[in-house]
Ligand binder design. Structure first.
Ligand code: AMP
Ligand code: MG
Length: 354
């Protein structure tokens, strides 16, 4: 379009125009400038910062060129004051201390979505797992020497305990002995909230990345879909990230859950930060990481964690058993029986690969 605009300009002024012709030319020129402005918006605005103990990187096309960094930082800060286990007086920490707490909209949504996904995944995802996560030392407490009795008694509390909201004014009620942990879904929800905020400003072309959890909408300024790289599972937490494959993303989110960055080693055994709520133990199978594409980052985040618990075979069975839900596309990174590194992508996921 820009090229066509250039040719028109040159042909318009090949001869000396009369005043009437000049007016017509100016009108034509104005129309062309407007048309060009419509199809070729400004360069994307790129913002970067830190939040939730990680980075964020956001690009969006805004004909008004607004700098929304203060609004973004404020949203992420409010989010941490609700859902972060690392903020001493966050709402979730106060709930875990059995304080009487009135929930806000962010807390309500995180809880309701977590409970729905717990049911949907038959307990592979469980936001009441906090005390077990702390026991293994992935949370903010120090690791302890763990006995099977400790695990069993915590599992018993987790399976029978509940978290509800009731009363006037509404209060969060958490069974004693259990602790909430929204880490497996919170970052995804923060990404969706940022997307909703950009859309409230009329911005419909954007790429949001909070610590590798990504949502893309619309297109880049050249009209092409946004491209997102998927990290190959690293050998250990110190290895530098390498891109395995790139996918085209539009109106979708992609979230990766893996065992290769967050784990600890004791007596030569690697303990993952993902806990299987059925056994109460860190998951230990050949699935190294899974990337899930879905319409929301909240859902992709929660399902990626649930798939890490299920492992490859059960995850594929789960996707197969839910044909009513086309909203899960995934690629799994595994070590096969011979120690060879392999990927397994669902057919819909393959279509996204660049
Ligand atoms: P993600 O990186 O999204 O898979 O989230 C992992 C984090 O979620 C862990 O560090 C724990 O805080 C928490 N978590 C571990 N296991 C589970 C589980 N089965 N269900 C829900 N949250 C979990
Ligand atoms: Mg997750």
């Amino acid at each position: 379009m820009q090229k066509a605009f250039g040719i028109h300009c040159r042909t318009l002024f090949l001869h000396k125009p009369t005043t009437a012709q000049m007016k017509t030319h100016l009108l034509l020129l104005l129309a062309l400038v407007l048309a060009t402005a419509c199809v070729s918006p400004n360069q994307p605005i790129r913002l970067q910062g830190t939040a939730q103990g990680t980075y964020y990187s956001i690009a969006y096309l805004d004909p008004q060129n607004r700098d929304l960094q203060p609004q973004i930082d404020s949203l992420l800060n409010d989010f941490d004051l609700t859902a972060s286990l690392w903020v001493e007086n966050s709402l979730i920490r106060r709930v875990n201390r059995q304080e009487k707490v009135c929930p806000n909209a962010i807390f309500e949504k995180l809880l309701s979505q977590s409970l729905l996904i717990e049911e949907y995944t038959q307990g592979a995802f469980n936001c009441k797992i906090g005390s077990l996560v702390n026991l293994y030392g992935f949370g903010f407490k120090n690791r302890e020497d763990i006995t099977p009795q400790q695990i069993d008694s915590l599992l018993n509390l987790i399976h029978h305990g509940e978290c509800t909201i009731s009363g006037t004014p509404p209060t969060v009620i958490l069974s004693e002995g259990i602790e909430l942990d929204f880490n497996a879904i919170a970052q995804g929800y923060a990404v969706d909230l940022l997307a909703a905020m950009l859309e409230s400003y009329g911005i419909n072309n954007y790429l949001i990345d909070v610590g590798g959890e990504v949502i893309a909408k619309g297109t880049k300024n050249d009209g092409n879909s946004w491209t997102v790289g998927i990290e190959r599972p690293a050998e250990n937490k110190y290895s530098s990230p390498e891109i395995e494959t790139a996918i085209m993303l539009s109106n979708q989110a992609i979230v990766t859950s893996g065992n290769y960055r967050k784990y600890y080693e004791k007596d030569g055994v690697r303990y993952s930060h993902t806990i299987d709520p059925n056994t109460g133990r860190p998951v230990n199978h050949s699935l190294l990481s899974v990337s899930v594409v879905s319409s929301t980052a909240t859902y992709a985040d929660a399902m990626a964690t649930a798939f890490m618990v299920m492992g490859l075979e059960k995850s594929l069975q789960f996707i197969h058993d839910h044909p009513e839900n086309p909203d899960i596309q995934a690629v799994f990174f595994i070590y096969d029986n011979h120690g060879n590194y392999k990927t397994h992508a669902t057919p819909e996921f393959k279509k996204l690969i660049k």
